[in-house]
Design a protein around this ligand. Structure first.
Ligand SMILES: Cc1ncc(C[n+]2csc(CCOP(=O)(O)OP(=O)(O)O)c2C)c(N)n1
Ligand SMILES: [Mg+2]
Length: 356
């Protein structure tokens, strides 16, 4: 009987910016200045919006909140690599990515304030609502992609999930289907190393999440998820491949959640503070800003101007949210099924009676 190796696999890792913002000239995608400045604006807006939302949560103006601080490059730069007609399928930790797609800032306030309307944006029509049920968005993303392919549309789907979500059945079923039917979808995993209080090594035996793509024989790679250039380049290439009929890609973006999982927990109880301190050195915003300064398209004088613009945009969103009165109490019931379900209507009536 012959005994031989019939396949070997490798997983690559890409970083373009070092921790100080120095660039690898050979890998630099050499994006136009306006694109680079847009990436910075989106990441900074995401950071500041998160900070303000956190204050709003602490003062009782919005409910439980997942915070994305530290992960702005992984979702923001990725979303800016999309084309207008592509679909954005998020989980719940992609604030910068949603801003990149054009979602109004007050929508985040509505969502976390409990208003279903926050989940739909005319400005960002090809964006699915937040998905809190881990990995449930993955089969939806694959379905969208497969439908686009059947219709002959030149469209791709960018689907986000967290590291913990990659241990869910839905995640694997979705990728298996996409791989088999060459659905134009890019799976971007924000590996922030924690699933609430569960560290990565307690929920999987794999050395990388990227290698989970090997099992489905799709291109897979790991990138420095706090390096906006590496995230942008990997996502753009993968989306282009998808649109060209070459099927799905799995990108693992290594990043870190700098704050709590949600406002319902205290990371100091389960996470070594030293680890968080180490990750501070890789802050995606600081690194990218240093790159812009080195390129001489940014300087200290411009910080104040941008901060002021972002602050007034957030202030305006808060004002709008404060005066928001256009809500429909029973809206969540509208979106459960496409057709009327009698038992659900009974529950709606009961709920409305209770709420009034
Ligand atoms: C199917 C399912 N199981 C459990 C939960 C509860 N839960 C919410 S977030 C979370 C951890 C998710 O971790 P990860 O996928 O790494 O995303 P992160 O929050 O780190 O961005 C869990 C277990 C859920 N929302 N859905
Ligand atoms: Mg995680």
């Amino acid at each position: 009987m012959p005994s031989k190796v019939i396949a070997r696999f490798s997983v690559s890792y890409q970083q373009i910016l070092d921790e100080k913002g120095g660039v690898d000239e050979k890998l630099d995608p050499k994006l136009p200045d306006d694109k680079l400045l847009e990436i910075y604006r989106v990441m900074l807006t995401g950071r500041r919006l998160d900070e303000r939302l956190l204050k709003m949560q602490r003062s009782g103006r919005v409910g439980t909140l997942p915070v994305s601080v530290g992960q702005e490059a992984a979702s923001g730069a990725a979303a800016l690599a999309m084309e207008d007609d592509d679909w954005f399928v998020g989980s719940y930790r992609e604030v910068a990515g949603r801003i990149a797609r054009g979602e109004e800032l007050y929508k985040s306030m509505l969502i976390y304030g409990g208003f279903e309307e926050g989940n739909i944006s005319d400005n960002a029509p090809r964006m699915l609502p937040l998905s809190i049920i881990l990995a449930s968005q993955i089969p939806h993303a694959v379905g969208l992609a497969y439908a686009a392919k059947m219709r002959g549309e030149k469209t791709a789907v960018l689907a986000f999930s967290g590291d913990g979500a990659t241990s869910e059945g839905d995640w694997h079923e979705g990728i298996n289907f996409a791989a088999t039917w060459k659905a134009p979808v890019v799976f971007l995993v924000q590996n922030n190393h924690w699933a609430i209080s569960t560290p990565l090594h307690k929920q999987m035996n794999n050395r990388t999440i990227a290698q989970r793509g090997v099992a489905y024989d799709i291109p897979c790679l790991q990138v420095d998820g706090n390096d906006a250039l590496a995230v942008y380049k990997a996502t753009k290439e993968a989306l282009d491949r998808a649109r060209n009929g070459e099927g799905p890609t799995l990108i693992e973006a290594l990043t870190y959640r700098m704050l709590m999982h949600t406002t319902a927990d205290d990371p100091k109880k389960y996470r070594p503070e030293q680890e968080t301190e180490e990750w501070k050195k890789r802050d995606p915003l600081t690194r990218f800003r240093a790159y812009l300064v080195n390129k001489r398209i940014w300087d200290g004088d411009r910080d104040g101007e941008l901060e002021e613009t972002v602050k007034s945009e957030i202030d305006a969103a808060i004002e709008y949210y404060r005066n928001y009165a256009d809500y429909k109490l029973d809206q969540p019931f509208d979106h459960q099924f496409g057709t009327i379900v009698e038992t659900l209507e009974e529950q709606r009536a009961e709920y409305l009676k209770y709420a009034r």
